[in-house]
Design a binder for this molecule. Structure first.
Ligand SMILES: [Mg+2]
Length: 112
């Protein structure tokens, strides 16, 4: 545990895989996409509640971690490389422009 690189995506993914294996998520429906989408929506709601109810940043971080773990688990379930998807998407985002929309900065393709 102490020797692993906690900044490594692969180390994090292996830990999530261990969690899936421990609870046999694949065998018992825990990797079904529609179920996982519901779980991710649930966690997003918890993140939202942290903000609207003025909860601590510590609790906000925990709820964000819940969502991240579910996202990584979804990458396991659907067998895609989320690390690569992250870098591919960041490369796209870096090409986009930003503008102010209703007083807030927005980065988008602004097609229309
Ligand atoms: Mg939560």
């Amino acid at each position: 545990m102490n020797l692993m690189n906690q900044d490594s995506y692969q180390t994090m993914l292996a830990e999530v895989q261990n969690f899936h294996d421990k609870h046999q998520l694949k065998k018992y429906g825990g990797e079904e996409l529609n179920y996982r989408v519901a779980l991710m929506a649930e966690e997003l709601g918890e993140i939202s509640a942290c903000v609207t109810k003025g909860k601590s940043t510590e609790l906000l971080a925990e709820e964000c971690a819940d969502l991240l773990i579910l996202l990584m688990g979804t990458a396991i379930a659907k067998e895609f490389d989320l690390n690569q998807a992250f870098w591919n998407k960041m490369a796209k985002l870096e090409q986009r422009s930003s503008k102010m929309v209703d007083g807030r900065i927005r980065v988008s393709e602004f097609r229309d």
